[in-house]
Design a protein around this ligand. Structure first.
Ligand code: FAD
Length: 488
């Protein structure tokens, strides 16, 4: 259905994941009707797992920049998360992090936050608000098979019933007409091929793949550690010429810790339960392993390895009118930096801004919106590939002189941030995607980086009395070989 000039445009969003629902939230005030088309058999009405969100088995960091953007799109969603048991964890105080330049201090004033919640809970609260909008509808168990239109304008999509429980669905594809089609089908999007099929442009794609594999498990937090507990993060050091190993604990709802371990090519974690805590002990510091030894595992170990950085530059392709691509379908990022959801939310905010300025069905809307959405995504891309290119066996362009200089500057900044509150704030602004990376090249930050940290390097993590007390308890399991606070 192409709209009558005076009618409000009709939008079809492909994919009912986070990027699709946030795009619907962004467009809803500016269009007539939105239909979200989703291949999954149902989208749960509670914070429950669903088949086509396998990454929910892994710990997710929702940084302040992304959470702020979601709150702006859906006022009240933060209250929903917290009411369902999520934690709003202050940063830097609520994060114990062993950067490649040493332990970050926690004794600065809180300036940022992360939302500590399971991924199913984050998505459920967003979805519930979006599907509650009067002009947003949902069609599940429906698979998109291609675009309708030509290289000048997309006029809809072809859909068919999705296979269910191994049963092929009856019937061939049917056409759903729309004035605007938004592809939010995630990392596996077929948009580049669908565009070629209708005579559209070729889209440039860049891949940087450090070969990261995830292994994750949920634990019941030790008694007394169920709330007001910090995120614990031991990242890899990309400057060392060996596989990068990561370990993270995120406190989530129901008194649980969601724990993700990961390793780049050559250092991938195993899926065997008995090796999980051993891997945690092999990262740059054993703090995560020491904590896990005092907590009770309550889930199997889940593994995941589709983690390459893919950037598809739709904003440069000269797309047909009436077609946009959002979320992982444009840029999928190595998840260890925790930016995919936030980039999708900031992209949706940019989309809403564009829709407020230009009628959605007007000529030029899609190219302007696609360019506006690319900005926050490009920032997250640079943060990810700026590190991933350095890991052994990484696929993609090798680091050049500019990459090396920029990596050295980032290391110098992180070193300075271990003992300078102003630099911590600026670096956190960028890491949480609240501000663009350009702020790290301002005169005050450059001067601070030249002078280095104002406070001495810590020789162990800054832990509260309660955190130390939990660590002083006898381990529930025996793999422990070294002390909780001895840096490696
Ligand atoms: C292991 C792991 C850990 C992560 N950790 C973090 C983190 O800590 N912080 C963070 O911000 N991000 C993290 N991410 C990234 C985050 O999960 C993604 O950026 C986010 O889910 C992107 O959402 P999306 O809606 O674009 O894609 P998806 O979540 O993949 O949703 C796409 C939807 O489209 C549907 N679909 C696909 N094809 C079709 C079709 N042909 N027809 C109909 N429907 C279709 C799918 O069923 C799905 O529902 C992580 C990712 C992984 C894999």
């Amino acid at each position: 259905m192409t709209s009558h000039p005076s009618a409000l445009p009709r939008v079809v969003v492909l994919g009912g994941g986070l990027a699709g629902t946030l795009a619907a939230a962004a467009l809803a005030p500016h269009v007539g009707e939105i239909l979200i088309v989703e291949r999954d058999s149902a989208l749960p009405q509670t914070p429950a797992p669903r088949a086509r969100l396998p990454q929910a088995a892994h710990a997710h960091t929702l940084w302040a920049g992304g959470a702020d953007a979601m709150e702006e799109l859906l006022p009240g969603v933060t209250t929903d998360w917290l009411a369902a048991g999520a934690h709003r964890i202050p940063i830097p105080n609520g994060m114990v992090s062993f950067s490649p330049a040493g332990w970050y201090r926690r004794s600065w004033d809180p300036t940022h936050y992360v939302i500590g919640a399971g991924r199913d809970l984050i998505d459920w609260a967003v979805r519930r608000r979006v599907l509650g909008m009067p002009n947003v509808g949902l069609r599940t168990r429906t698979k998109i098979t291609g675009l309708a239109g030509d290289g000048a304008r997309v006029r809809g999509v072809y859909v068919e019933q999705a296979a269910h429980d191994g049963q092929e669905a009856p019937g061939g594809p049917s056409l759903v007409e729309a004035d605007l089609v938004v592809d939010a089908t995630g990392r596996g999007s077929k948009s580049t091929r669908w565009l070629l099929d209708i005579g559209g442009p070729e889209v440039r794609e860049t891949v940087v793949d450090a070969g990261v594999r995830y292994a994750s498990r949920r634990y019941r937090a030790p008694e007394g550690a169920e709330t007001d507990w910090p995120v614990v993060h031991i990242p890899a050091d990309p400057r060392q010429a060996r596989p990068g190993l990561f370990a993270t604990i995120i406190p989530i709802e129901d008194g649980q810790w969601h724990v993700s371990l990961s390793g780049t090519r050559g250092g991938e974690p195993a899926s065997r339960e008995e090796l999980f805590e051993e891997f945690a002990r092999g990262v740059r510091h054993p703090l995560v392993a020491d904590l896990l030894a005092r907590a009770e595992p309550i889930s199997d170990v889940s593994v995941y390895a589709r983690t390459a950085n893919h950037r598809r530059q739709f904003e440069r392709a000269g797309l047909p009118e009436g077609f946009l691509v959002v979320g992982d379908a444009t840029t999928s990022l190595n998840p260890v930096y925790g930016h995919g959801m936030s980039a999708a939310a900031l992209g949706a905010l940019a989309l809403r801004g564009q829709a407020a300025r230009t009628p959605v069905a007007a000529a030029g809307f899609t190219s302007r919106a696609q360019r506006a959405m690319a900005r926050p995504t490009a920032a997250a891309w640079l943060l990810a590939v700026g590190q991933d290119r350095f890991y052994p066996g990484a696929i993609g362009r090798k680091p050049n002189l500019a990459d090396r200089l920029s990596s050295q500057y980032v290391h110098r900044l992180v070193h300075t941030a271990t003992g300078n509150g102003m630099v911590v704030k600026r670096v956190t602004d960028v890491v949480t995607l609240r501000k663009p990376a350009g702020i790290l090249a301002g005169p005050a930050v450059l001067l601070a980086a030249a002078l280095g940290p104002r406070k001495p390097r810590l020789d162990g993590p800054e832990l509260t009395a309660r955190e130390q007390e939990v660590l002083a308890r006898p381990p529930l399991r025996s793999a422990e070989t070294s002390s909780a606070t001895d840096p490696r």
